[in-house]
Design a protein around this ligand. Structure first.
Ligand code: HEC
Length: 291
């Protein structure tokens, strides 16, 4: 249903025919315009400039971009880009006098802007993968949960930029072997550095009953083949702690959720104590021993 609705909305939003029909009926056109103004600055360059000026007056920066989605032919292009003020608005500072404005006016653009643009483009190119990594890293607690998480971040950023460099070289048909070698070497270094160190936390199989007690009291109301927590009919994410085998098999996942991120128990509805978190932590760091 949502997919259908989204497809329909997209169709309507991009249909010239529909737009013409709506505009032809003044009361509907006014209502539609009022709705749309919650999301867009307006329909003309003057509308956009007025919003930019208001934002500037409030001490905010604003940039006006022109993507040209509505330009479908040469006449439309000439019309859309003819305004002498286009892209050249700077009162209050903060906006670029674009090289495009110079080109349109028949002046030679200042090469400075080209250099700035190239620099941004280069930075963006190398930052794509690191940014992607930062976005998904919240699913990998071993990265941000590390005591030197900033070093881990720098490591992954460097690796991401290096992987990007491999793509860049390949697109130029250049030799990628050395860079691939560096990526692999860097990856191995990161894996070794991040691998959980089995510290001598000193717990043995004899401590398992106490650990199982914690899972029993704090987790199985939800994580069980028969959850008793109202609202849960199946174990969330299929993770269960009913049996010894299940507890041992899910030990490291439990460690991430209970010790590193403290996301579990959910909202701590079962009231786990710090001492119990610590017990699970030491048990997993001891290699999750069980009888
Ligand atoms: C109130 C119900 C509830 C309790 C109690 C609870 N959990 Fe969860 N748990 C959830 C829900 C809901 C999810 C799914 C979260 C999601 O989709 O991101 C989950 C997910 C998990 C996951 C999988 C996380 C992943 O994304 O891989 C683990 C592991 C886990 N819980 C461990 C525990 C442990 C250990 C305890 C007890 C200390 C516990 N949970 C207590 C509701 C609960």
């Amino acid at each position: 249903m949502p997919a259908l609705r989204r497809r329909l909305l997209f169709r309507l939003a991009t249909s010239d025919t529909y737009e013409r029909r709506v505009r032809a009926l003044p009361p509907i056109a006014t209502a539609a315009r009022r709705r749309a103004l919650r999301y867009v600055a307006g329909e003309t360059l003057d509308d956009a400039l007025a919003v930019a000026r208001t934002l500037h007056a409030r001490g905010l920066r604003a940039a006006i971009d022109f993507f040209g989605e509505q330009v479908r032919d040469a006449a439309g292009f000439a019309y859309e880009t003819a305004g002498p003020g286009y892209l050249a608005y700077i009162p209050g500072g903060g906006l670029f006098v674009s090289a495009v404005a110079d080109l349109i006016a028949g002046r030679k653009p200042d090469p400075k802007y080209g250099k700035i643009a190239k620099q941004r483009s280069l930075h963006n190119n190398y930052l794509t993968l690191p940014v992607l990594f930062a976005m998904i890293s919240q699913h990998f607690p071993f990265t941000y949960g590390h005591e030197n998480s900033w070093l881990v971040l720098l490591g992954f950023m460097a690796l991401g930029a290096l992987v990007r460099h491999v793509f860049n070289l390949r697109h130029q048909d250049r030799d990628i072997r050395r860079t691939v070698g560096l990526v692999v070497a860097g990856g191995v270094v990161l894996i070794v550095a991040l691998a959980p160190q089995p510290q001598a936390a000193g717990l043995t199989a004899a401590d398992f009953p106490a650990v199982q007690q914690v899972f029993q009291a704090r987790c199985v109301t939800c994580h069980s083949s028969h959850p008793t927590n109202p609202g849960f009919t199946v174990a969330p994410k299929g993770v269960m702690f009913d049996t010894q085998a299940e507890i041992v098999a899910n030990a490291s996942r439990a460690y991430e959720q209970v010790v590193v991120t403290k996301a579990m128990p959910l909202g701590n509805v079962t009231g786990i104590t710090d001492a119990e978190r610590d017990l699970i932590g030491r048990w997993v760091r001891s290699g999750a021993p069980a009888p």
